[in-house]
Design a protein around this ligand. Structure first.
Ligand SMILES: [Zn+2]
Length: 322
C-alpha cells in the first residue's frame, strides 16, 4: 500500500506505468517543500522493487530495506552544505553503470534539484540523455524556474498539489494519533504540506517560533520608523528563514483580508482568530490589500536577488498602522 496522503492522481499514473511495464527513465516531482515528494519517490522505489504481489507491500525484505534507507539499489542524493555538487553526481554515475545488487531497479532520488550547481546539473544531463538500463531517476524540486530546461524536458514531470487540509487533518489524527484540535491547527498552518505538519507536531520549537514571529509583527505595527528599520536590519542578518517569515506574514494578512471581506473561508491561523478579528477592525480593506501586495513584491524581489536589507526596510515601512 502506498503510504502517501493525497496525490491520488500521481499514484494511479505510476501504478499504471508499472503494470504496463512502461515506466519513464526519469521523473521530476514538483511541489511545495514538505508536500510529500520524497515520500512518494520512496514509495515508488518500493513498488518497483517489491517482492510481493501487491506493490508496494511495505512488509517484504525489499520494502523494509528501502523504508530504513539501507537498500543497496535505492539511493537518496541531497544537498550537502546547501548545494548538490558535481562529485555527488559523478559518484552516482559510476554506480549506475553497474547492474542492480538485489532489486530489479536501481532508483536514484535526487532531492531539491534546484540546489544543484550548474556543473552538477550539466553532468546529470549526460545520464538523462543516455539513460542506463534498469535505472530510474527521480528528481524533486519546488521551483521549476530554477532548473535547466534541458533537464525538465528529459523527465516526466509530475505536479504534486497539496492535499486538502481535511485530508491532512484526518491523516494526523488517524496515523499520527494527534488530538483533533491540534490536528486541525497543524493542518491549517501546513497549507496541505503534511511533512511540515508532522515535523511541527514533533518539534515544539516550530510552533513556538511562529508565536514569537507573530508577536513581533503585531508589536511592530505600533512602532515607529526607527524600530521598524532596526527590525529589518535584524532580519536581514539571517536570510535563510526569511521566506518562511514572509509566508507567515502573508498567511496572517490573507486572514485579515478574509475577515474584512466577510468571507466564509476558514482562516489559516485558527488559534489566533480573536486577535485577527480585533486587528481587522483597525484597518480598511484597501490597507490590508495593499500590504499583501507589498509582501508579494518583497517575496518576488528576494527570490530575484534584490538587496535583502533594502527590500525588508521598504516592506517594514509599508506595514500599515491601524
Ligand atoms: Zn514489498
Amino acid at each position: 500500500m502506498w503510504q502517501v496522503v493525497g496525490h491520488q492522481w500521481t499514484v494511479k499514473l505510476l501504478e499504471r506505468s508499472l503494470a504496463n511495464g512502461r515506466t519513464a527513465h526519469a521523473y521530476l516531482l514538483l511541489g511545495l517543500p514538505q508536500v510529500g515528494k520524497t515520500t512518494l519517490a520512496l514509495n515508488f522505489a518500493q513498488a518497483l522493487n517489491c517482492l510481493d504481489e501487491e506493490k508496494p507491500c511495505g512488509q517484504c525484505r525489499s520494502c523494509l530495506k528501502i523504508a530504513h534507507g539501507n537498500h543497496p539499489d535505492v539511493r537518496v542524493i541531497e544537498a550537502v552544505n546547501g548545494t548538490i555538487k558535481i562529485d555527488q553526481i559523478r559518484a552516482m554515475q559510476r554506480e549506475v553503470a553497474l547492474s542492480p545488487h538485489e532489486g530489479r531497479w536501481k532508483v536514484y532520488i535526487i532531492r531539491q534539484m534546484e540546489r544543484a550547481t550548474t556543473e552538477a546539473a550539466n553532468c546529470l544531463l549526460k545520464t538523462l540523455e543516455e539513460p542506463p538500463a534498469q535505472v530510474i531517476l527521480i528528481l524533486t524540486a519546488s521551483d521549476m524556474d530554477q532548473l535547466l530546461p534541458t533537464i525538465i524536458s528529459r523527465c516526466q514531470v509530475l505536479n504534486l498539489r497539496p492535499p486538502s487540509m481535511l485530508l491532512v487533518q484526518k491523516a494526523l489524527e488517524e496515523r499520527w494519533e494527534i488530538d483533533p484540535e491540534r490536528a486541525r491547527l497543524l493542518a491549517r498552518l501546513s497549507g496541505g504540506r503534511l511533512g511540515w505538519a508532522v515535523r511541527a507536531s514533533e518539534d515544539e520549537a516550530i510552533l513556538r517560533k511562529r508565536e514569537r514571529r507573530l508577536g513581533e509583527m503585531i508589536e511592530l505595527v505600533g512602532q515607529r520608523r526607527v524600530e521598524r528599520l532596526r527590525y529589518a536590519q535584524h532580519l536581514s542578518k539571517s536570510p535563510d528563514g526569511l521566506r518562511e517569515l514572509l509566508d507567515l506574514w502573508l498567511s496572517w494578512w490573507r486572514d485579515l483580508l478574509l475577515i474584512k471581506g466577510d468571507s466564509s473561508t476558514e482562516v489559516t491561523n485558527v488559534d489566533r482568530e480573536a486577535t485577527l478579528r480585533s486587528q481587522a477592525r483597525g484597518y480598511s480593506l484597501i490597507q490590508v490589500w495593499d500590504f499583501i501586495e507589498a509582501l508579494r513584491t518583497a517575496v518576488w524581489q528576494l527570490e530575484h536577488n534584490a538587496n535583502t536589507r533594502l527590500t525588508l526596510e521598504v516592506l517594514m515601512l509599508s506595514l500599515p498602522s491601524p
